[in-house]
Design a protein around this ligand. Structure first.
Ligand SMILES: C[S@@+](CC[C@H](N)C(=O)[O-])C[C@H]1O[C@@H](n2cnc3c(N)ncnc32)[C@H](O)[C@@H]1O
Length: 539
């Protein structure tokens, strides 16, 4: 068996999204991935020796042993990260190298055994999760992190196949197009020359490995006529912006240089960045992904060189934690097996007043009157790609946390957000007012449910939503969305764009309609800077 220790050895120049702040959760997931790989490699080794003595030639024995080892593990439920997902995969870092393609299946990086494009969902609502870039198709990659990927379908590079035919906009090709429209990131795995580890493999080499190259966005899709005269799809993908690791300050570096007032010595910092060959800018990236791979996009944290400190620690979670004993009854779901097309028969659409709350571009439909939305959910018979499910599918835009001048940490968007788009959820620990006892209910990270039955506290655990500041002229509105519980007092608190939001703009919502009308112990002077500012916030 070839060297099996390559997992975890980084290719030079790779930056790991989770290396800045490793949580126990991440280490746990990584140990699970390593354990699964170890089982796979031992099993493969055993089967390979058996098959060789069974008169298979070496190539056949190896191929059969690899696929049998993967299938055996699947049957025994020994694969990890089994749920298909968009974005990074827990426990796997950019630059991780895998010896065999079947290892990608076992660790959940790419579930397809043969196909280059893997995806979730069906038809027009599918999204690509990952692609494997090989030279079986005419793929091309340049050093600037962009890639031209040929669609799937009839392939002129595979000899002895069927008659040439046009590629279809279906399956993986359609999923890549949908990912382009939804700006949804795709994992890219490169098949590389096993010896050098650089570039897409050359045909003459027979030793290959697979490197996880990180997240890419599909920027463009074209249809070209191939040399065989038939139509092929070409997808242009660009790597999602991540600075080289040398330009990202390590948490320890920040802590080491912070004085007793919590301020970083700017002189030392600038000198440090200069010696690392990074341009001295006013902003420094201090974490590349505060979500540790849990969100579809990495969420970086940017601090100003004028006053660097780390955000206070909290656990990043992507689902609410119901702390108190709420009576949870599942929503009575719809029976629309062929999609929610008959609006009168779909009970979810009926609950929305007989209309779909979202338009064909996945934005809030105009003229929506209620601020409560019923999405289809786990008890519905429609597929997860139903157009009446939006907020449950995670982030659609790249957001980042930054150190605002007067309001502490805030959130801004790295890309343009059209009006009506789903932005993110406010996630935290859900408490019942009845069981909260003497607990302080008026504080910085608390948002109330509509009829005051409960509240979400994101102080200890939360997501990016906990960093969104207040403005008296907000660009986000909060809607209450239900899809997994029929208790109207426990909706998901979801932020949608109130207007078109340009890239770089801070996100804000109006605290004064979401908080109890009580002034907290801290300062309540509003610093939103709007001409319509009412002067104070309820915190
Ligand atoms: C949910 S947190 C928002 C994130 C927070 N800025 C941080 O650093 O973690 C709410 C707190 O942010 C601050 N804040 C939010 N909006 C503000 C505003 N418009 N003016 C002043 N402070 C604000 C207040 O301290 C408030 O208690």
């Amino acid at each position: 068996m070839e060297d099996s220790k390559s997992f975890g050895i980084k290719q030079e120049g790779y930056h790991n999204p989770s290396s800045i702040m490793k949580t126990e959760e991440f280490s746990f997931r990584r140990s699970k991935v390593k354990q699964a790989l170890m089982i796979f490699r031992n099993l493969f080794s055993k089967l390979f020796s058996e098959y060789k003595t069974d008169h298979y030639d070496n190539v056949k024995a190896k191929f059969k042993a690899l696929s049998d080892a993967a299938m055996l593990m699947q049957r025994k439920h020994q694969w990890v990260n089994c749920q298909k997902r968009v974005g990074h995969v827990p426990g796997i870092e950019v630059g991780d190298r895998f010896q065999y393609r079947n290892e990608l299946n076992v660790v959940g990086l790419h579930r397809q055994f043969v196909n280059g494009i893997d995806y979730v969902g069906k038809g027009k609502n599918s999204l690509a999760t990952s692609i494997v870039v090989t030279n079986r198709y005419d793929n091309a990659r340049n050093h600037g992190g962009s890639l031209v990927y040929s669609g799937q379908g009839w392939n002129p590079n595979v000899k002895g196949g069927s008659m040439p035919r046009d590629q279809k906009l279906a399956g993986g090709n359609l999923a890549l197009k949908n990912s382009m429209d939804a700006k949804s990131p795709v994992r890219v795995i490169l098949k590389v020359d096993g010896k050098s580890g650089g570039g897409i493999e050359k045909k003459t080499n027979d030793k290959f490995s697979y490197i996880y190259d990180g997240l890419y966005l599909v920027e463009k899709m074209t249809q070209e006529r191939g040399t065989h005269g038939k139509l092929v799809f070409k997808f242009l993908l660009n790597k999602l912006g991540e600075l080289p690791s040398t330009c990202v300050l390590h948490k320890d570096e920040v802590i080491k240089n912070v004085n007793k007032f919590g301020q970083l010595d700017i002189f030392t910092l600038r000198k440090r960045l200069k010696t690392k060959g990074c341009a001295t800018k006013n902003d420094v990236i201090i974490m590349n992904d505060i979500s540790n791979g849990q969100e579809k996009f990495p969420i970086r944290v940017v601090a100003s060189t004028d006053g660097i400190k780390m955000p206070p620690s909290f656990d990043y979670i992507v689902n609410n934690i119901y702390v108190d004993s709420f009576e949870k009854r599942m929503l009575c779901g719809c029976d629309c097996v062929n999609g929610c097309v008959d609006w009168e028969k779909c009970v979810c659409i009926v609950k929305n007043g007989g209309t779909i709350p979202y338009d064909s571009k996945k934005r809030l439909a105009s003229g929506l009157e209620s601020c409560v939305i019923y999405e289809c959910g786990s008890s519905c018979k429609c597929s997860s790609s139903c157009y009446n499910r939006l907020s449950q599918h995670g982030l659609q835009f790249q957001l980042e946390i930054f150190n605002s001048e007067s309001k502490g940490w805030g959130v801004r968007t790295r890309s343009f957000i059209p009006a009506g788009s789903f932005v993110c959820e406010y996630i935290g620990e859900v408490h019942h007012h009845r069981e909260a006892g003497s607990r302080q209910k008026v504080d910085s990270y608390v948002v109330n449910m509509v009829v005051e039955k409960g509240f979400i506290d994101a102080t200890r655990c939360g997501n990016i939503g906990r960093f969104i500041n207040h403005s008296c002229s907000p660009n986000l509105q909060v809607m209450e969305v239900m899809y997994d519980d029929n208790d109207k007092n426990l909706p998901h608190k979801i932020f949608f764009a109130l207007q078109d939001i340009p890239a770089g703009r801070e996100l804000s919502f109006d605290y004064n309609i979401c908080k109890p009308r009580v002034i907290g112990t801290g300062s309540n002077i509003c610093q939103c800077g709007s001409s319509k500012c009412v002067g104070r916030i309820y915190i």
